[in-house]
Design a protein around this ligand. Structure first.
Ligand code: KG4
Ligand code: ZN
Length: 354
C-alpha cells in the first residue's frame, strides 16, 4: 500500500535509539505539531557514558508519559493520525525494542500503519523541518556520537552537476562521499572530555571549557587532511592525551579550544571541498555535534564566502529527537508504504546509499 502524494499525513513518531526518550507529532513531513524529548543524561552521567541496560529500563518508564504529552501538546487523538513511526535502527538493541514495540502496539490497536525509520535518515531529514525549501543536491555533514558521514543528498537519478530537481517532490538518494575510519567526531569529544575530567556528555562540556581559550594555542593534528573525504579522529585524541601528560599545567581552556578547532577545521574543510566537487547548492549540518557553536559558525562562514545555502537546523533538531523521525517517516510512507509489523529492529542498520 502506498499513500497518495497529496494526502495530509499526520504521524506520531517515537525515538528511543540511545538515551533520549522522544515522541513527536509531525504533519506532512515538515510541520512539527509537537516534539517532546526526555533526556536520560543525568541518569548516565554518574557512569561517564550510556549504560544500555539502564537506558532500556528508563525508556520503559518514560515512553508512555512522553507519548501522551506529545499527543496532548499537538491536540490530536488517535483518530487524527495517519501512521505511527519509530526508529528501527541503528542504536542500542534494548532501547530500540522499547520504542518499536510500543509503536507497533499503538499502530495495531489504533488500526494505523506502522513505519520503521532509519535513525540516520531521520538526522538527514531534520533540516527539512525548518527549511522545506532546501535545494538538492546538498552536502550533509552528519556528525553524532556514533557516526561521522559526509553525504550528498540528491534527487533520484540526479547526477552531480545536472542541476536536477529542487525540493523533495522526487525520491531522495544518499551518496556516501566520506566517513570516519575510526572514532566518530562526537566520540572524540566524549573521550577527550572524559580524559580531561569534564564529564559526560563531552561535546557541550568541551564547548563550555573552550570559552575564552585560544584555538591556535596547540597545533593538534588534522587527521587525513588533504586526502579524500574520509575522517580520522583517534590520532587527535591520542595527541591531546600526550600533550596533557607532557604539559600537565596547560590551561584547559586553551587545550579544549585547540581540540575543538582541530575537529571543526577538518570537518568544515572537507565539507567545503565535497560541496565544490559535487556542485552542491548548499551545505547542511546534522547530528549532535552540529549543536557546536564553532562548527555552526564556520559552516555559515564558508557558505557565505562560496555562495552556498547554509542549512543549519536548530540545536534541538540536531540532537536526537522524534520530530526528525516523523519527517523521515512521512517521506518513507509516501515512497515505500508501511513497514510490516513483524519487522525486526536492527542495531547495525545502514543508510540506503546509491
Ligand atoms: O546525535 P546525538 O544526539 O546522538 C547520537 O549519537 O546519535 O549525538 C550525541 C553526540 C555526543 O557525542 C555529544 O558529545 C555530541 O553529540 N555533542 C556535541 C555538542 N552537543 C552534543 N559535540 C560538540 N559540541 C556540542 N555542543
Ligand atoms: Zn542521533
Amino acid at each position: 500500500m502506498t499513500v497518495p502524494v497529496n494526502a495530509t499525513l499526520r504521524v506520531l513518531a517515537i525515538e528511543t535509539s540511545c538515551d533520549e526518550t522522544a515522541a513527536a507529532v509531525v504533519g506532512d513531513g515538515h510541520h512539527v505539531l509537537s516534539s517532546v524529548v526526555s533526556s536520560q543524561t543525568d541518569i548516565h552521567a554518574t557512569f561517564g557514558g550510556v549504560v544500555p541496560e539502564i537506558a532500556s529500563r528508563a525508556h520503559l518508564e518514560l515512553l508512555g508519559p512522553v507519548v501522551k504529552e506529545a499527543m496532548d501538546r499537538a491536540g490530536v487523538a488517535p483518530g487524527d493520525l495517519s501512521a505511527v513511526a519509530a526508529t528501527i535502527g541503528p542504536g542500542l538493541i534494548g532501547s530500540l525494542l522499547v520504542g518499536v514495540s510500543a509503536a507497533k502496539a499503538y499502530a495495531w490497536s489504533w488500526g494505523l500503519p506502522f513505519v520503521g525509520v532509519n535513525h540516520m535518515e531521520g538526522h538527514l531529514h531534520a533540516a527539512f523541518l525548518e527549511d522545506p525549501a532546501l535545494s538538492l543536491p546538498t552536502v550533509v555533514l552528519l556528525v553524532s556520537g556514533g557516526h561521522t558521514l559526509l553525504i550528498c543528498m540528491q534527487a533520484a537519478g540526479q547526477t552531480a552537476r545536472d542541476g536536477g530537481v529542487d525540493g523533495r517532490g522526487d525520491e531522495v538518494e544518499y551518496r556516501l562521499l566520506g566517513q570516519t575510519i575510526d572514532d566518530a567526531a562526537g566520540e572524540a569529544f566524549d573521550k577527550v572530555a572524559r580524559f580531561l575530567g569534564m564529564g559526560y556528555p563531552g561535546g557541550p562540556a568541551i564547548e563550555r571549557a573552550a570559552i575564552g581559550g585560544r584555538p591556535e594555542a596547540v597545533a593538534f593534528p588534522r587527521g587525513l587532511a588533504g586526502s579524500g573525504f574520509d575522517f580520522s579522529f583517534s590520532g587527535l585524541k591520542t595527541s591531546v592525551i600526550r600533550y596533557m601528560r607532557a604539559n600537565p599545567d596547560a590551561p584547559l581552556a586553551d587545550v579544549a579550544a585547540s581540540f575543538q578547532e582541530a575537529v571543526v577545521d577538518v570537518l568544515v574543510t572537507k565539507a567545503q571541498k565535497a560541496a565544490a566537487e559535487v556542485g552542491a547548492k548548499g551545505i547542511c549540518l546534522g547530528g549532535g555535534v552540529a549543536a557546536n557553536t564553532a562548527l555552526r559558525e564556520r559552516v555559515k562562514q564558508i557558505c557565505t564566502q562560496n555562495g552556498y545555502a547554509a542549512f543549519i537546523p536548530s540545536r534541538a533538531m540536531c540532537t536526537d529527537n522524534a520530530a526528525m523521525i516523523g519527517a523521515a517517516a512521512c517521506y518513507r510512507l509516501k515512497a515505500d508504504g508501511p513497514t510490516r509489523l513483524d519487522a525486526a529492529v536492527d542495531p547495525n542498520l545502514r543508510l540506503p546509499l546509491v
